[in-house]
Design a binder for this molecule. Structure first.
Ligand code: PGA
Length: 256
């Protein structure tokens, strides 16, 4: 069964006080009773403080370096999260690929590393507008998946594998893929999973949509049969708004 997942990606936003205020505001809601899983990928520096609070959502890390320790100035090792309950790690986000130049090989290493570490990678794929206009969106996203999985077998994948389809042209632009286009791509990605691994793996993989998800479009997106949740940037920053988004999304997206 695929439980819907709505995941916030705060990117490089919020002071420590603002992060704590967000958590406190959501503690006062019935978030935990809603029929979907909620997670927040907070800035790394806030994770320990948030983890020490009683949260109605799980935590994810936005970035890490795939080594236990070493001369990697400015980077964070998953080992440094020991003692904290960090469930997810974003891998292959388009801002890491384009702004920080992360190549496919590093993304594959990060995917395998997080998996072997017991932190679930949320593998992001998505095409640029130029690629979509050339009719290459499906091929591009499927290549990104194949590259990230490298030579892993189905049994080496995390039990609760999560993919996120995030068209680059929709991220932070206010321009959302139509529910139909997002559904078509998510169905395609599930098909790729079935071909690369097997039908059972494809059926259990949760596939999120991300890119300008807002209260007025989340219902149509999450009602689509192959879209199992959302990865939300800008609309996840204000606690009350994020709560509304989760409430609407979880009502639309039944476990499947
Ligand atoms: P957005 O960001 O919701 O602000 O478009 C989504 C993301 O980058 O994960």
């Amino acid at each position: 069964m695929r439980t819907p997942l709505i995941m916030a990606n705060w990117k490089m936003h919020k002071t420590m006080a603002e992060a704590c205020d967000f958590a406190t505001a959501l503690q006062a809601t019935d978030l935990l009773t809603l029929p979907c899983e909620v997670s927040v990928c907070a800035p790394t520096i806030h994770l320990a403080t948030l983890d020490a609070m009683k949260l109605p959502f799980s935590l994810g890390i936005q970035n890490f370096y795939p080594a236990a320790s070493g001369a990697f100035t400015g980077e964070t090792a998953l080992d440094m999260l020991q003692g904290m309950d960090i469930v997810y790690a974003l891998v292959g986000h388009s801002e890491r690929r384009s702004v920080f130049g992360e190549p496919d090989g590093l993304i594959a290493e990060k995917f395998a590393y997080a998996t072997s570490y017991g932190i679930t990678p949320v593998l992001c794929v998505g095409e640029s507008l130029a690629v979509r206009e050339q009719g290459q969106a499906n091929a591009h996203c499927s290549e990104q998946l194949h590259a990230a999985f490298s030579d892993l077998t189905a049994t080496q994948l995390p039990d609760n594998l999560v993919l996120a389809y995030e068209p680059v042209w929709a991220i932070g632009t206010g321009q959302t893929a139509t529910a139909e286009d997002a559904q078509d791509m998510c169905r395609h990605l599930r098909q790729v999973m079935a071909e690369r691994f097997d039908a059972e793996t494809a059926a259990r993989t949760r596939i999120l949509y991300g890119g300008s998800v807002k209260p007025d479009n989340i219902e149509a997106l999450l009602a689509s049969p192959d879209i199992d949740g959302a990865l939300v940037g800008g609309a996840s920053l204000v606690a009350e708004d994020f709560y509304q988004l989760v409430a609407k999304g979880s009502a639309a997206c039944q476990p499947r």
